[in-house]
Design a protein around this ligand. Structure first.
Ligand code: GDP
Length: 207
């Protein structure tokens, strides 16, 4: 068990930042399996990607929401692409930038041929918002696998986490065909990271 954990740690540590892109056509098409992370600003996406890749600087962690406004491409061990999408739903960003980001996210999810699954991050304390439903609808219409990740669970009581999980599972019955699983995570406590790594590691088999 711990050997498997160490192997995954080694594999995910072999990561290369391939670049930040503001236009879908500029993202290189490398013929390997791809997954992406999406969520509202401040959901803990950068922290989670940093935990998965054992790299504190790979995705920019910031106390200022809305900073990551481009598509960031990270290659894992030359076998998997991990993509960090811009955060959505940040009120302090102007309407035109919000619209630009929505277009970029939609273009990415609908046009990447090797994109196999999308991790939709939901802050456990905040729960699902309308903007999350919009994203879930989009992923569903593109027929990509959906994994929900409840983030920052260290901030919530066990019962609350269970209730939140239950209510999300009930919502996901609307996305039966594409919804696969819900993960619970805390980057702060390094909880749930291994399960997410395992899922990503299995991606090339699905290509
Ligand atoms: P992003 O905007 O989605 O990339 O979110 P960040 O990773 O930058 O995190 C936003 C804020 O949440 C930061 O202040 C982080 O320190 C905090 N944060 C992220 N993950 C966790 C977590 O697992 N637990 C707690 N308590 N705070 C977290």
């Amino acid at each position: 068990m711990s050997d498997g954990k160490n192997n995954l740690k080694k594999i995910f540590s072999k990561n290369i930042f391939l670049g930040s892109f503001n236009e879908i056509d500029k993202i290189p098409n490398i013929n390997i399996a791809e997954c992406c992370f999406v969520g509202r600003s401040n959901v803990g996406k950068s922290s989670l990607i940093n935990s998965i890749t054992n790299n504190k600087k790979l995705a920019r962690t910031s106390k200022t929401p809305g900073r990551t406004q481009s598509v960031n491409l990270i290659e894992i061990d030359k076998i998997i692409n991990l993509v960090d999408l811009p955060g959505y739903g940040y009120a302090k960003v102007s309407k035109s930038i919000r619209e630009e980001l929505a277009i970029l996210i939609e273009a990415y999810i609908s046009e990447r041929p090797n994109l196999l699954l999308v991790f939709v991050l939901i802050d456990c304390k905040v729960g699902i918002k309308d903007s999350d439903i919009d994203i879930l609808d989009l992923i569903n219409s593109c027929n990509k696998d959906i994994y929900v990740v409840l983030t920052k669970v260290d901030k919530c009581a066990k019962n609350f986490i269970l209730e939140q999980k239950k209510s999300i599972l009930s919502l996901m019955s609307n996305y039966k065909k594409n919804f696969k699983e819900i993960f619970i995570s805390s980057s702060k406590k390094k909880e749930g990271i291994l399960n997410i790594q395992k899922e990503i590691f299995n991606l090339p088999k699905k290509l």
